[in-house]
Write a protein that binds this ligand. Structure first.
Ligand SMILES: [Zn+2]
Length: 728
């Protein structure tokens, strides 16, 4: 009998077995958990794609994998349980029997997953409506669920063939599942074999990075589980031999261990060379720890850059041409910094290829490149390419610079090999025609210079600050204008979101916040010169938001439509959006800072957080504000008070780097975002209520002599002492 005949017989048998149908029906039910209680893809950001596609598919992935792994153990053990082994062993090759049995299970699993994808399609179409994304749906079921279920079957079969004991295999399998679910690997997309890392889903800005990392990790686990399975084939017991003897005898079929080791090698290669996350330390290092030469021995008059992102692969290709005058009479080694995911393809000076060294010393988002520059006037050309990498400290959120068909975000070192002593810079960027680029700096104009025949357009940026290009966001943006008595604002959001935004009257919400702040504290400096710009950035770039001169940048997760109903049950809330607008007053209008900020937490975040709470209170009521602001601050402050490392910081240095970084970061942010707002709230009560506090704050905001406003200034204005504001 040939292998195909065995396979046909085995597959027919599987499809007739009741236990298979039980596993298949339960697998079909598993996605329901993603509607009811299993929400891994919407922990950080609620989105339609996350709620209606990713969560159910991830629930199906987990459930289906467990069920089919158990089915595999049952099926493989059946032969021995019924003491058929001694009989069948004599008739057919164990190898052929076992492989056809496993392969038939893989086929059965594929049928179950395809059925699940078809079964949930109508409901998903109905729930996602205009936000339906067919590509993502296929990815979720066929790109995540199917390969994970396959890995589960192969792992289970391998464990059984090694141990030949159901209970022991089940225990080992459970250990693997627990490891994948544990917090130690929660931020490492490659190690989560049964619960793929999907930290967010974007409705409006594409999901390229999550799709790429998802497929990459699935392929890795298919390779590893397949290699383990191949390696277990020689271990199948024969002729009553034990594990060792069977294995040695089985290994005479040299192609089995050979193929297994090749696959293991490929898997480890994929693990070590993954192109998505850089190798920086996890704690953010201040910029100075990646020193650029402090006194350049040369001047760089000009840089001209052409960037051509490939949005389908998420990579880019660029050329940077520098006009340099090397003052020395000899070669000078100069350092440039660039994104860790890029490689330099070629460097020439006046047309001649010259040496360079990629130091590969990843720190934060960038690494250093050393270039040896000859004396005199030099036209230096650097060609570079690659996929921008996520900073290791953000590996759990997979956010950062991204090139995708729906959205592009570019940060400073992601444009080109950067040098801080460039006099003048000019950049040409070619993008798909529907993407409209906007710089986060209001004074960096982005001009369209050509419409190309290949469906792209070329844009030009000429920043006023040398070679510094700030951050750039490109999407299918539209502009929504908001007008208030003192301030006007323009809000850039994706076209796909326009209807949803108009339905919730986003312009009114923005106007309310702008009105509140200008009425309570005065108008910010930019109000006379122009408009406040609000840019919505996709969650592939970042979560949360930040503000720079005259511009507030907020991530997509700030604008989930459900937030505007502001009911207590919703996961997202309007706080971040309001917070980032308020920063135009506290932070940009007036900076808050003093020499003790590191220890007392006094920063612009405190007053911004407090003002956000006041707006929330006015808009959504006292109860909502208490629950979403004050109670949250209090629980954070209580957590800090009970935190061992906060009370004994000297022990922090003894912790592993990754853990210490997390603790330090969370202590700082609790001080700034929770403890200081609680102190301001306490001050509000002591000075005689909200109105009195508003007067004091207006006084601070409009006092020309104060910038930055220190904690002592604040205490003086309140007539309070530091001790009076200590929390109990
Ligand atoms: Zn802030």
């Amino acid at each position: 009998m040939s292998f195909l005949s065995y396979l046909r017989v085995e597959t027919g048998r599987i499809f007739r077995s009741r236990i298979f149908w039980l596993a298949a029906v339960l697998t079909l039910c598993a996605p329901i958990a993603g509607y009811l209680f299993y929400f891994p893809a919407t922990l950080n950001h609620e989105s339609s794609i996350g709620l209606w596609i990713a969560n159910p598919a991830l629930a199906g992935t987990f459930g289906g994998t467990v069920l089919f792994a158990l089915l595999t153990l049952y099926e493989l053990d059946r032969v021995y349980r019924k003491e058929m082994a001694s009989l069948t062993d004599t008739i057919v090759s164990t190898l052929m029997l076992s492989s056809s049995r496993t392969l038939s299970l893989l086929l059965a699993a594929a049928a179950a997953v395809v059925c699940a994808a078809v079964l949930y399609l109508p409901y998903t179409l109905y729930r996602t409506g205009a936000l339906w994304d067919g590509g993502y749906y296929l990815f979720a079921y066929l790109g995540l669920m199917l390969p994970t279920v396959w890995s589960g079957i192969l792992l289970a079969a391998a464990l059984y063939q090694f141990t030949r004991r159901v209970e022991l295999s089940a225990v080992l399998l459970t250990a693997l599942v627990l490891l994948s679910m544990s917090q130690y690997v929660s931020d490492q997309f490659l190690l989560r074999w049964i619960n793929p890392l999907v930290p967010w889903c974007s409705d409006y800005f594409g999901n390229l990075r999550v799709i790429q990392t998802g497929l990459y990790s699935r392929l890795l686990w298919l390779l590893l589980s397949a290699s383990l399975w191949l390696l277990s084939l020689p271990a199948i017991r024969k002729y009553g031999y034990g594990l060792g003897r069977s294995f040695l005898k089985g290994c005479r079929k040299i192609y089995l261990p050979f193929t297994a080791f090749v696959l293991i090698g490929c898997g480890f290669g994929m693990y070590l060379c993954q192109p998505f996350i850089n190798h920086s330390q996890m704690e953010y290092a201040s910029f100075s720890s990646h020193p650029m030469s402090t006194e350049p021995k040369l001047t760089i008059d000009e840089v001209e850059i052409t960037c051509k992102p490939n949005v389908m692969t998420g990579t880019q290709q660029g050329t940077a041409t520098y006009k340099i005058f090397n003052l020395e009479k000899e070669d000078v080694v100069e350092t440039f910094i660039m994104n860790c995911g890029y490689t330099i393809d070629k460097v020439t000076a006046n047309g001649e290829t010259i040496p360079y060294t990629d130091l590969n010393n990843d720190l934060n988002f960038e690494k250093q490149i050393e270039v040896t520059i000859p004396p005199g006037y030099v036209t230096l050309v650097m060609e570079y390419s690659g996929m921008p990498q996520v900073w290791n400290g953000l590996r759990g959120s997979l956010t950062g610079t991204v090139f995708s068909p729906e959205f592009i975000s570019l940060e400073m070192c992601d444009f080109y090999p950067y040098h801080s002593f460039i006099e003048h810079g000019k950049l040409e960027l070619t993008l798909p025609e529907k993407l409209i680029p906007i710089s986060n700096w209001v004074d960096i104009e982005v001009n369209l210079i050509s419409e190309n025949t290949d469906g792209t357009r070329t844009w030009e940026l000429e920043p006023p600050r040398g070679g510094y290009f700030g951050n750039l966001y490109a999407a299918e943006y539209i502009a929504l204008e908001t007008e208030t008595e003192n301030i006007s604002a323009v809000f850039y959001c994706p076209k796909k979101q326009q209807a949803a935004m108009e339905e919730v009257n986003i312009q009114q919400i923005l106007a309310d916040v702008l009105e509140y702040c200008s009425a309570h504290y005065g108008t910010p400096p930019f109000a006379e010169e122009g408009k406040l710009r609000l840019i919505e950035a996709g969650i592939p770039a970042m979560m949360g938001g930040y503000a720079v001169d005259q511009t507030s940048i907020m991530s997509e997760n700030t604008f989930y439509e459900k937030i505007y109903t502001a009911s207590a049950e919703t996961a997202n809330s309007p706080e971040i959006m309001i917070h980032e607008i308020v920063h135009q007053w506290w932070g940009l209008g007036k900076n808050l800072y003093d020499d003790n900020t590191a220890s007392n937490g006094w920063s612009s975040e405190g007053l911004t957080t407090y003002t956000t709470y006041r707006i929330i209170k006015e808009k959504y009521g006292e109860e909502y504000a208490k629950e979403h602001c004050v109670d949250v601050w209090q629980s954070q402050a209580d957590y800090l008070k009970n935190n061992f490392y906060f009370r004994y910081p000297e022990y922090l240095d003894r912790l592993p780097e990754q853990y210490a970084a997390r603790v330090r970061g969370s202590v700082d942010s609790i001080m700034m975002y929770s403890v200081v707002p609680l102190k301001i709230l306490k001050a509000e009560k002591l000075v005689g209520g909200e109105e009195k506090m508003d007067e004091i704050l207006k006084g601070l905001f409009t006092n020309q002599n104060l910038n930055p406003i220190t904690y002592a200034d604040f205490l003086d204005a309140c007539g309070l002492t530091e001790e009076a504001l200590e929390l109990d």
